[in-house]
Design a protein around this ligand. Structure first.
Ligand SMILES: CC(C)(COP(=O)(O)OP(=O)(O)OC[C@H]1O[C@@H](n2cnc3c(N)ncnc32)[C@H](O)[C@@H]1OP(=O)(O)O)[C@@H](O)C(=O)NCCC(=O)NCCS
Length: 325
C-alpha cells in the first residue's frame, strides 16, 4: 500500500469528489444540501476554485481518492476577501484514520500562504467527528445559530468555528541550570520581555520558522523538542516549542530585527537568560505562556491551547466533540 498523498485536485477528480460528497448528502447532516451533485457540476465548482486563492485538495492512496477538502470564499463582498470557509469530506470506509485532520491542516497551511487570515467552519451541531477534527486543528467556537437547519425531519443548530491562519512560531530555550532565554525589549521608554519567535513565512514549517527566528534573534542554533503551547493572540496562532542550545553561531542576534532602521521603529532586542520565577509580575509576552513558566508548570505532554486575545465566545467541552456557545 502506498503512502497517503495530498495534492491539488484536477478535473479528473470530479467523479470521486462528487461520490464522496453525495454519500454525505444522502446519509449525514454534515452538509444541509438535499440534492446530490454530478461530476459536471463539480468540474464547474473546481473551475471557480483557483488553486492560489481557493484551493481544492484531495487525499490519494494507491491511485484512489479517499477524501477531499476545499477553501471557498465565505462571501463575495470585498471585505471578506481574506476569510475562507473550509469543507472536508472523507470516504466513509476511510474515516477515523487521520485523513480528515491532514486535509484540514494542509488546507489551513495553503490558506495562510494564499494571504488569507481567517478560516471559518460551519458545522451542524450534531456532527461530533467534524467538531473534533476542527478542534484538533486549532479552530475555536465563535457562535451558535439555533434551529437554522432542517434535514431528515430534524431541526438542526449550526456551530460557527474560526481559526486564525497567520502563524507565529517560537521556542522556550532552557540551559542546563533551567534558566530560560528571553529577549529584553526596550522601546520609547518601555521595557518588556518576549519569548523569542516570529512569523512563519511562506514555504516554511513552524519548526523551521522557530529555528530561524531563534538564530536571527539570539545568534543560537537550537534543537527543538515538543510543541507545548498553541496561543491565540493578536489574530495569530502562535506555536511554542521546547528547545535547547545546540551551537552558538554569533554573539547576539544578526537578523532583520537588528538592522538600524528596525531598531529605530521597533526598539532594541537583548537576549537574556532568566530564572523562570523571575518572570512573575514582569511585563512579558505572550502572557499565558510566561505565566506558566513563572509558575514552574511542567512542559505539557500534549500541546495546550490558550486563548489570549481575543477571548472566544464559546468553549469546547472536555471531549472536544461539542461546544458551549
Ligand atoms: C468529519 C470527517 C471529515 C473527519 O474525517 P476523518 O478522517 O474521519 O477524521 P480523523 O480520523 O482525522 O479524526 C479527527 C478527529 O475526529 C475524531 N473522530 C473521528 N470520527 C469520529 C466520530 N465518528 N465521532 C467522534 N469523533 C470522531 C477523531 O478521534 C479525531 O479526534 P482526536 O484526534 O481528538 O481523537 C469525516 O468524518 C467525514 O467525512 N464526515 C462526513 C463529512 C463531514 O462531516 N465533513 C465536515 C463538514 S465540512
Amino acid at each position: 500500500m502506498s503512502a497517503l498523498r495530498l495534492r491539488l485536485a484536477t478535473p479528473a477528480d470530479a467523479d470521486a469528489i462528487a461520490a464522496i460528497y453525495n454519500d454525505a448528502v444522502w446519509n449525514t447532516t454534515a452538509t444541509w444540501a438535499l440534492e446530490p451533485v454530478d461530476a459536471a457540476e463539480r468540474r464547474r465548482w473546481l473551475q471557480a476554485h483557483p488553486p492560489d486563492r481557493h484551493p481544492v485538495v484531495v487525499a490519494e492512496q494507491d491511485g484512489q481518492v479517499l477524501g477531499w477538502g476545499a477553501l471557498s470564499p465565505h462571501s463575495q463582498r470585498g471585505g471578506w476577501a481574506r476569510t475562507v470557509e473550509c469543507s472536508v469530506y472523507v470516504d466513509p470506509a476511510a474515516r477515523g484514520a487521520g485523513i480528515g485532520s491532514r486535509l484540514l491542516d494542509h488546507l489551513c497551511h495553503l490558506g495562510g500562504q494564499a494571504g488569507h487570515e481567517a478560516a471559518l467552519a460551519l458545522i451542524s451541531a450534531d456532527n461530533a467527528a467534524s467538531l473534533r477534527m476542527c478542534r484538533r486543528e486549532g479552530f475555536f467556537p465563535a457562535g451558535r445559530l439555533l434551529r437554522v437547519g432542517h434535514k431528515f425531519g430534524r431541526t438542526l443548530d449550526l456551530v460557527l468555528l474560526e481559526r486564525f491562519l497567520r502563524r507565529r512560531a517560537g521556542a522556550v530555550v532552557r540551559d542546563a541550570a533551567g534558566r530560560v532565554l528571553l529577549l529584553r525589549r526596550e522601546h520609547e521608554g518601555r521595557t518588556w520581555w518576549a519569548v523569542p519567535g516570529g512569523g512563519v513565512e511562506a514555504g516554511e514549517t513552524p519548526e523551521e520558522a522557530a529555528r530561524r527566528e531563534l538564530l536571527e534573534e539570539t545568534g543560537l542554533e537550537v534543537e527543538l523538542g515538543a510543541l507545548g503551547y498553541r496561543v491565540f493572540r493578536h489574530g495569530r496562532l502562535q506555536l511554542y516549542y521546547a528547545a535547547t542550545v545546540r551551537r552558538v553561531v554569533s554573539r547576539g542576534g544578526q537578523g532583520p530585527e537588528y538592522a538600524p532602521e528596525r531598531l529605530a521603529t521597533s526598539g532594541t532586542y537583548t537576549p537574556e537568560w532568566m530564572e523562570p520565577q523571575a518572570l512573575a509580575g514582569r511585563p512579558a509576552v505572550p502572557p499565558p505562556l510566561v505565566a506558566a513558566l513563572a509558575r514552574g508548570d511542567a512542559w505539557p505532554a500534549t500541546p495546550e491551547t490558550v486563548y489570549d486575545e481575543p477571548e472566544p465566545v464559546g468553549t469546547w467541552n472536555r471531549d472536544g466533540d461539542s461546544a458551549q456557545v
